[in-house]
Design a protein around this ligand. Structure first.
Ligand SMILES: C[S@@+](CC[C@H](N)C(=O)[O-])C[C@H]1O[C@@H](n2cnc3c(N)ncnc32)[C@H](O)[C@@H]1O
Length: 214
């Protein structure tokens, strides 16, 4: 069974306004990140040596849900959040096709407390959402994340290195990530392996960060 929530957090229209770029991309079917392939860095966490025991997982900016569905298939109780309805429709269809249950929440990751997601999440995932937020948005995001994550929770983040890229995400340095997320410690950071990226983004130093909640 899948459940879809349709609320948008915050002022009516607030999330809608900031999501215009992504809504347009999804509408046009331009979604190079949606490769239907789970990154090896996540597979290692879930199935590798010292695999994490299944628990509650929160996928922030879940897009078409590939990673959320993978986690659900491995026994995790998953909530995927995204502010684009079209992305969540795809995620729900894919979850139905895969016959897994997940909760899909439409809303803004910078306003998590208003989404009533509960707490006790032992794994958080952000593949490509956080690194597009500005400093004020990151502060709000971090406060919401702190409320949802269990002590000792793991957080897997994918980010480009910071550089102006027009409408594409600016990216974040390791220092910016750690400064934005007080209460989390870095376990490791690794160059992203096996991701099919357009040439300019290959040079963007795509990196995975594994953090742990103190
Ligand atoms: C680059 S895509 C990555 C999607 C997915 N994580 C993946 O790896 O396939 C970034 C996603 O974050 C979502 N997003 C960006 N900012 C957001 C925000 N403030 N609140 C909710 N979703 C957001 C976008 O709609 C988009 O689906």
């Amino acid at each position: 069974m899948t459940v879809e929530h349709t609320q948008i957090a915050g002022r009516p229209g607030a999330a809608d306004a900031s999501s215009i770029g992504y809504r347009l991309l999804y509408f046009l079917g331009i979604k190079p990140w949606d490769q239907g392939r789970v990154p090896p860095e996540l597979v290692q966490l879930i199935e590798g040596e010292d695999a994490l025991p299944p628990g509650r997982a929160l996928d922030l900016g879940c897009g078409g849900g590939t990673e959320s569905i993978y986690l659900a298939q491995h026994g995790w109780q998953v909530t995927g959040v995204d502010y684009v309805a079209r992305a969540l429709q795809t995620a729900r269809k894919r979850a139905d096709a895969a016959r897994v249950a997940a909760q899909w929440v439409r809303g803004d990751v910078t306003q998590l407390p208003k989404l009533n997601l509960g707490d006790g999440y032992t794994l958080l995932l952000d593949l490509g959402c956080f690194h597009g937020l500005n400093e004020a948005q990151r502060t709000a995001y971090a406060a919401g994340v702190a409320q949802t994550a269990a002590r000792g929770a793991n957080f897997l983040i994918f980010s480009f290195a910071p550089q102006f890229r027009g409408p594409a995400p600016r990216g974040l340095s390791r220092e910016e990530i750690m400064r934005s997320l007080p209460g989390w410690e870095l376990v490791w950071s690794r160059p992203a392996s096996g991701m099919r990226l357009p040439l300019p983004l290959k040079r963007a130093n795509p990196t995975f960060y594994r953090l742990r909640r103190r």
